[in-house]
Each structure stands twice: as C-alpha cells, then as structure tokens.
Design a protein around this ligand. Structure first.
Ligand SMILES: [Zn+2]
Ligand SMILES: [Zn+2]
Length: 432
C-alpha cells in the first residue's frame, strides 16, 4: 500500500495545518471516507509488520478527529502509520506530541471538537488555496481569530452540525452533514474590538515553535528547573519587591518546591508575567530569561489567564531534621546567613522561606543583628587603629599610607577603613 505524498500546509509556521485537517485532505485525495482510510491503514500496517500486535498499536484510533493533534499514544501511533505510507516525514509538527513527556497537566488545554475561523476559510478560497484547519485552533483558549477578530466556530452555520464525522470528505470547507460552505457566519456578526480575546500570542508562539521542530520533546521538569533557577536568582537581588509584586512570592514558592503538577495555565501565566516565551519556558531554555528587573513584568494578565487558587502540598520532615541538626552546630557568636543554612541542608533560600517561615525569620533576624554588631565592632577597631596611627611618629602621614599600614595590621575591610580614615583625618585637620 502506498498513499499520495500529500504535504501538510503551512509547514514551520504558526499557521501550520493540524494533523486532523491533514487526515481529512488525505482521505479526500484518495476518494475515501476518513473511517475507511484509517481502517485500511491499520490493516496494511498489520500485514506489513508481522511482529505487530494489538498491544503495540492499540485498536483505539483517536476518539475524534480533534483528538489527533493531542499528545496521546493513539495519535502518535496514527502519525507513525500515516508517515510510513505517505512517505512524508515530520508530520509530528502538525500535532502537540511535543508535550507528551511533560507531565504538567494540560486539562482544558485542547478543545474536544474540530473548530475553524470562517473568515480564514474564505480568505484561503479567495487566494485560490485549499482551506484547511489550523493547528492553533485546537487550543480551547483560542476563541477568536487573531487575524479576523471573529469567533472560532465548531458548528455548521446552516445545520448546526459538528464536523467530527469520519464519513466521506467532499471539501474541507463544506459541512460534513449538509454540504453547506462553512463560511457564512462571520458576515452577519458585528466585530467590535476583540483584542483582549485574541491575546494568545504565547499559544501562537508555541504553535510556531512546535511546527518548526518536528522532533521536539518538551522534557518533563524542564520548566520547573528553569523557574527554580530564576527564583533563586531573584532572592539574591538587592530589591526583589518589584518582582514579588508581579509574581506573588507564595505562588512562586509553591511552583518551585511543591510536588504538585504544574498546569499549562500556570506556566502560561508565569511566562506572560515574566515576559519570557512560553516555548522557551517549557523547554527550560535559560537564555529565554535575562536576570534583570524588567518593566514588562508589570504587564496585566489577559482575561483567559486569570489565576485560580491552588492548595499547598509539601513534604518537609526530612529537611526539618537536617535543619535542626545543623542549627545545633552553629556558633551563636557568628550566626550564618539564611543562604548558607539553606545550602547546608540542600535547598535554596526560597525553599527555606517557604517550608520553614518561622525558623527562616529567626535565622535572618539573628544574622542581621550580628551583622549590625559586627559592623560597629569593626568600626570601633578601625577608629582605635587610626588614632594609633595618627599618634605614631610615622612620617609623612597620608590617608593612602594609613590605609595600607592599618589594613596590613588589622585585616579590616577597605570600605570601613577608608571611611574611618577619612573622618579622622578631617577632624585632625579641623583641630589644627
Ligand atoms: Zn480568521
Ligand atoms: Zn451543515
């Protein structure tokens, strides 16, 4: 068995054809129904691959045409079979198989039905092209066409039928039930400004990225690892308050340190807030984030990314035991900073603050207090040393010489010494 080498439309662009659409066109090209095509393909594959058993390629074809783009096993198998008999490679890029390994939850990400923009269909026809279903339209949040502003629809404007049938295909843009063109609806509709409904550039970006990388696999945990790196960096910033205004601290900690699965919506929201690309975040690309406070972080979320409350969940007893053990070895005369304690017990500063807020505050308080006292102590020591220098018969005396000599003697930090030397020299000058 050999099938025509039908090429997917819009390869490597965010306008890429969906695999559902490709299968429809493939069936049409061979003058058979989608159901027939799938049955024949499976039978041929079984014949040509004697080692093939029901358990390797399941009987379950994707439940609907819409399911063919989802990151599920049955769709992956179908892809393999279709590529085999058409000789067309890279069809994976017409699906979201790239999301298959990633274990963040994609509940509600994809729509259950085949949907289309009637204006896009019409534009295709006017341009003399074959109308086709875009992969982008598989996303549930893509409710309106970003090019035409009209609603993405899933029912025939004439008979209100859905388009999931695996029956014979007369034309992609013709209703599978009543044969009416799937174009009419948008004409009657007033289309005021839909800009907030078409603000899904992250999904467009993701589609374009997937379309350009047929072998792409978004690795499980890549996004979380990148976020942990980002948050750890933020904790080291001088002024991190602006950042937490954008991404609430509590939420960031939960994302990084709870073992709860991240949802796609959560990841989209974070990518949006941090001004980083969604595919970059999913791929865990460090380059997609520059560790500088960026005003774009202050961008308002589009309506479809509204946050929902998430429960907290974590396991902390082992860490707590380690933490308590370490704290007993600490010299109270020189308490360590939180970052050192966190490092010692093997988590980040952020993780510490999340899991042990009271202890963290205690550690931070003790360190701050010690730091202030230590600074005062160093200052007194420096003042005494400078007085001694000024009273000595060393000649000629200069600030530079004082700094060198006293630093050698005491090992005190330069900035403290400079400060004290400057003040002392000034007051000596005044008294002359
Ligand atoms: Zn459109
Ligand atoms: Zn119809």
């Amino acid at each position: 068995m050999r099938l025509f080498r039908v090429e997917p439309i819009g390869r490597e662009t965010e306008e890429v054809e969906s695999f559902s659409s490709y299968v429809l066109r493939l069936a049409k090209a061979h003058g058979v129904s989608v159901g027939r095509l799938l049955t024949d393909l499976k039978a041929a594959y079984a014949r040509d691959n004697p080692e093939w058993h029901e358990e390797t390629i399941t009987d379950a074809k994707p439940a609907t045409l819409a399911d063919m783009v989802r990151p599920i096993d049955s769709a992956a198998e179908l892809l393999e079979v279709v590529e085999h008999y058409t000789g067309v490679s890279g069809l994976r890029a017409t699906t979201f198989q790239a999301l298959r390994q990633a274990c963040y939850r994609s509940v509600g990400l994809f729509h259950n039905h085949l949907r289309w923009c009637p204006a896009c269909f019409e534009e295709d026809l006017n341009l003399g092209m074959t109308p086709y279903f875009r992969l982008l339209w598989a996303f549930k949040d893509v409710t309106h066409c970003h090019k035409h502003g009209v609603p993405i629809i899933m029912r025939c404007p004439k008979c209100f039928g859905r388009q999931n049938s695996t029956s014979r295909v007369r034309g992609i843009h013709l209703c599978r039930k009543c044969k009416a063109p799937l174009l009419e609806q948008h004409r009657s509709e007033e289309t005021p400004d839909q800009s907030e409904k078409t603000d899904y550039r992250d999904l467009r970006e993701l589609t374009g990225y997937v379309a350009s990388n047929p072998a792409l696999v978004f690795e499980d945990g890549a996004a979380r690892r990148l976020l942990q790196a980002i948050f750890d960096r933020v904790w080291e910033l001088e002024d991190e308050r602006e950042f937490w205004k954008i991404l609430p601290k509590e939420q960031s900690l939960m994302i990084s340190y709870s073992d709860k699965k991240l949802t796609m919506k959560m990841l989209r929201r974070i990518a949006y807030r941090l001004g980083i690309s969604l595919p970059g975040l999913l791929a865990g690309e460090v380059e997609c984030w520059t560790p500088q406070l960026d005003p774009r972080w202050l961008s308002e979320l589009p309506a479809n990314l509204n946050p929902a409350k998430r429960p907290r969940k974590h396991n902390r007893s082992a860490l707590l035991a380690r933490l308590q053990e370490f704290r007993q070895t600490v010299d109270p005369g020189e308490p360590p900073p939180l970052v050192a304690v966190a490092k010692e017990i093997g988590i980040s500063t952020g993780g510490m603050e999340y899991l042990f807020p009271a202890i963290s505050n205690e550690i931070k308080g003790a360190y701050q207090k010690w730091k202030i006292e230590d600074k005062e102590r160093k200052r007194l020591e420096a003042t005494a040393a400078v007085f001694e220098y000024l009273a000595s018969d060393r000649s000629p005396k200069s600030r530079k010489d004082a700094l060198r000599v006293i630093r050698e003697q005491t090992g005190l930090p330069k900035n403290v010494l400079r400060d004290v030397i400057s003040q002392s020299f000034d007051s000596v000058k005044d008294s002359l």
